[in-house]
Write a protein that binds this ligand. Structure first.
Ligand code: IPE
Ligand code: IPE
Ligand code: MG
Length: 237
């Protein structure tokens, strides 16, 4: 790895294009998702070669993805369970911590239980953190934070005047995780699709036409190189 590169400490990825990957090969969409899960595993494995990356967030299932066919949704949930069963050892070997973001209570029981177990088993690991976004919506996350804050105000535990950006952010799903430095979207779409709306205010955005199942460590290095050419000003000069 190039030594002089600044490595973003938090990289968030919108893993898009599994369906197109499958369509190009006249395969079922589910085959694309299967290869997508393989790409995810490989990328997580490569985190050990990217010292400096402390958090990687992966958008795996949005609050809008329930609109898909029952067949596709259940295949995705099944794949998730398989993924957790197959890769918990990888998390332990690499000292990786797993976190989940999203409305976990709205997930089907089997993946929900497996996720909780995996989060619990990896909670004392000291290495980088892998965050999987499931039943995640940026607007839901903001609405849920607003609800939690409103409840505290109603109970008299919080003064409405004390609500500012810093306090609000403490009510997001994973307040301990710093905002992403770099947001990557695969498959070329120039939109956020409701991912991390609060957290990406000042993230650098990198879009590649590569379909998610073809995205690998080399592609990630290309994104990190592009990130290094950006001048982050945060509104200053
Ligand atoms: C991303 O791939 C996976 C999920 C959204 C679950 P898609 O299934 O959206 O693939 P395309 O966009 O149809 O190619
Ligand atoms: C975004 O991809 C969600 C995930 C990658 C999980 P979509 O395929 O759902 O997004 P749209 O529909 O193209 O905006
Ligand atoms: Mg898509």
């Amino acid at each position: 790895m190039e030594n002089d590169l600044v490595i973003p400490q938090h990289i968030a990825i919108i893993m898009d294009g599994n369906g197109r990957w499958a369509a190009k090969r006249s395969l079922e969409r589910c085959e694309g998702h299967r290869m997508g899960a393989e790409a995810l595993k490989n990328l997580i494995e490569s985190m050990k070669d990217l010292p400096g990356v402390k958090y990687m967030s992966f958008y795996a299932f949005s609050t809008e993805n329930w609109k898909r066919s029952e067949e596709e949704v259940s295949a995705l949930m099944h794949l998730l369970v398989e993924f957790l069963d197959a890769n918990l050892a990888l998390f332990m070997e690499n000292d990786l911590k797993l976190l989940v973001t999203g409305r976990l209570e709205g997930m089907p029981e089997e993946p929900r239980i497996k996720l909780k177990e995996a989060v619990n088993k990896t909670k004392d690991n000291q290495g980088p953190c892998v965050i999987i976004a499931l039943n995640y919506g940026g607007r839901s996350e903001i609405a849920d934070a607003a609800k939690a804050i409103a409840r505290k105000v109603a109970k008299g535990e919080l003064d409405a005047e004390s609500i500012d950006e810093k306090l609000f952010a403490e009510y997001l799903y994973n307040p301990q995780v710093p905002d992403p430095d770099l947001l990557i979207r695969t498959s070329g779409e120039l939109r956020l699709s409701n991912f991390l709306l609060w957290e990406i205010s000042y993230s650098e955005i990198y879009v590649t036409d590569t379909l998610w199942p073809d995205f690998d460590k080399n592609e990630l290095m290309e994104a990190i190189k592009a990130f290094n050419k950006r001048s982050r000003r945060f509104g200053g000069r």
